[in-house]
Design a protein around this ligand. Sequence first.
Ligand code: KMH
Ligand code: ZN
Length: 277
Amino acid sequence: MTGPVVITAAVVGAEVTRAQNPAVPYTPVEIAAAALAAGRAGAAVVHLHARWPDGRPSQEAGHFREIIDRIRQAGSDVVLQCSTGGALGMSIEERLGALVDGAEMATLNLGTMNFGDGVFLNPRPDIVRVAARLRERGLVPECEVYDGGMLGTLGWLLGEGHLSPPYHVQFVLGVPGGLSAGERQLRFLLEGLPGATTWSVAGVGRHQLPMAKLGLSLGGHVRVGLEDNLFVSKGVLATGSDQLVSLAVDFALRAGREPASPSRARALLGIEPARPS
Ligand code: KMH
Ligand code: ZN
């Protein structure tokens, strides 16, 4: 497989903590620094969450604004993707707080599921509401697919006109409660995609790096970072999401895939070219 690969760095997430890995960023300053380092390492897209200074998940617009401003003020043109997934237990209104000016993409989670010991609530009316908000704001949706049935919802959204291209699909595999991470599972999902689309894969925990290699070999794009995985190898903590991005870059080059620049990623994902700030 040839063609550039869009590497997304999920640098913070909502669930992982500094007690698990001291490199998990919390403040806007730290999150922006992690995003900038990931961009320098070769990520074209950063998937952003926010935190309160004590590490609790935040969907406060002010936090997202500060993160984005800091990334742009540092001169990075990395593609900015904000999470509307937030954290378990947040209302949909709270989750939409992440949609601030400057965001270019945002996630659209395609179904309710067990998520570890909790429940990640995404009833269909909420999905439709998030999709409408993304459309209003001109954001390219990244559809988060954790299990096979969510592809049915993707097809329904397209059929009802709630979603239309450009959109991107992210398969997040290995969440306890979702589809497990493996080649058979990914191939099954790819067969179920309703129509041509760009797609990417994110493996959770120890599946992250093997799934990145698999995604590369199948012609997809890949996501790595501390949100999904805290380790660089068995028992060895990653020093940051940039280290995981560097590994993904190595895998890509070995697979004959050039890591896409942010501007190439915008063209591939159907995002308007970045406006000079
Ligand atoms: N924190 C997870 C429950 C997203 O970013 O859109 C959901 C999540 C998905 O991280
Ligand atoms: Zn996320």
